[in-house]
Design a protein around this ligand. Sequence first.
Ligand code: FAD
Length: 527
Amino acid sequence: MATKLLLTFAICRLIVTVGLTLNPTELLRLGVDGQLSVHPSDVETASLDFGMMNRAQPLAVLHPASSEDVARLVRVAYGSAHGFTVSARGHGHSINGQAQTTKGVVIEMSGSRGRQLGSEGKLGRLLPRVSETERYVDVWGGELWIDVLRATLEYEMAPKSWTDYLYLSVGGTLSNAGISGQAFNHGPQISNVHELDVVTGKGDLMTCSEHQNSELFHAVLGGLGQFGIITRARIALEPAPQRVRWIRVLYSNFTTFTKDQEFLISLHGHPASQKFDYVEGFVIVDEGLINNWRSSFFSPRNPVKITSINANGGVLYCLEITKNYHESNAETIDQVRNRGVVKKLDYISTSVFTTDLPYVDFLDRVHKAELKLRSKGLWEVPHPWLNLFIPKSKISDFDEGVFKGILGNKTSGPILIYPMNKDKWDQRSSVVTPNEEVFYLVAFLRSALDSGDETQSLQYLTNQNRQILRFCDDTGIQAKQYLPHYTTQKEWMDHFGDKWAQFYQRKKEFDPRRILATGQRIFIPSS
Ligand code: FAD
């Protein structure tokens, strides 16, 4: 009874606010198995994201119980006289309100019952479901990667390509790309998906893959939620390693650092024994950040004396690499540090740090840091993050102008830097990367604090982000934003470049009323 009242209230709100000409009883007959809610706590959650810089209040929130629920809602939104907007929300870990919507409904994909019921009626079985023989797992679109990992480890299998942080949803990362230090080898997460179930902007529930409805499949991968809502993904698996040997080495010379990173990723086609499984790196502009929040690699009991390594006090660069292994190979792994590929690297010889941990702990490393920051009240603060893809040919210019220039000696958070191979990215997907065979991710993962120190304020950091983007434009660096954020269509057209016409055409085909993921601010919904 209470549910019905809430539902009626939600629908009335939609009708009044959006001016739906639909008969309310028709909406009541929406007949979702999940819950359409206007509860203040649901609305508040859906109004915010990790960035904490945008607030947009939806009219209602749907907790779907199945793909069909998602399809039913989108069909109503699409078919009604004026239409209303619908945004899927994964785990709300966007920075700039990408999963939000006003004048519409947010579908809470994570934590919903849909993951238990899966695509009932389409697949007719529970998710996650692992196929050991064909090495894949079918998961609900709102599933968090940490839960995908747990489910697949029961079969001693695991996905191949990751993000650094696992409390992100499958649908959310596949709408961007999903990258981490494995991407040089396996490509981004969007290169490791066999099949999807997608609810298009017309409310059609379609299965798509490289061979079936392939235009929709490629559109949705990296598609910023513009073409459909992913309700099921079939993700490629490999046998799960048991442990990880994790090595960090330092450089004071940027050219040597990038030469070594590029060498390491050039080994992607080599046998597993000759290459590393993960290649990342970060920039140390100020001494404090050697123990940055993203990992507890350097133990407080064993503090790293950066000053002893960095005699001239300049910027340092940390390369981090890992080797996965099975416990039965523990003896050979001990030799990794002193042999083969590591021997060819040109790091500061006194700066080798090694640790060893279970595979799950390595993959889940950022969550530990999250818990620490939460306990200090430093997690739920504004996050003016900036993620850029920089072409290899321009990375030195970027170092000179930004790491050694614009930043000064304060960063307000970790700065990641690692290269990837473009041939591991499927050009048919919607995502845009620079026009070179190798490009770098540079991620400024900043937290703004009200500490009285102006250089930590949101305004200061936001201005600095603008300065970095302007520097890239002025010096012809041709950076592409990852997890892009623009506010005008002209900027989006520049971002997509040659791919804009295709992106636009796909939008016309799969979401003609432009009702999906309006928080990205790419298209204005048609009334
Ligand atoms: P949301 O923020 O909820 O949604 C993002 C976009 O996808 C929205 O437009 C939304 O409408 C759309 N969307 C959500 N679900 C679906 C769906 N089922 N179908 C279609 N569209 C959907 N990214 C990396 O690549 N690598 C990293 O290592 C990495 N680390 C991170 C660490 C932290 C602490 C944080 C906060 C973010 C990190 N990210 C990383 C960024 C992350 O990939 C994006 O925020 C991404 O959007 C996933 O977050 P989410 O699942 O919460 O999606």
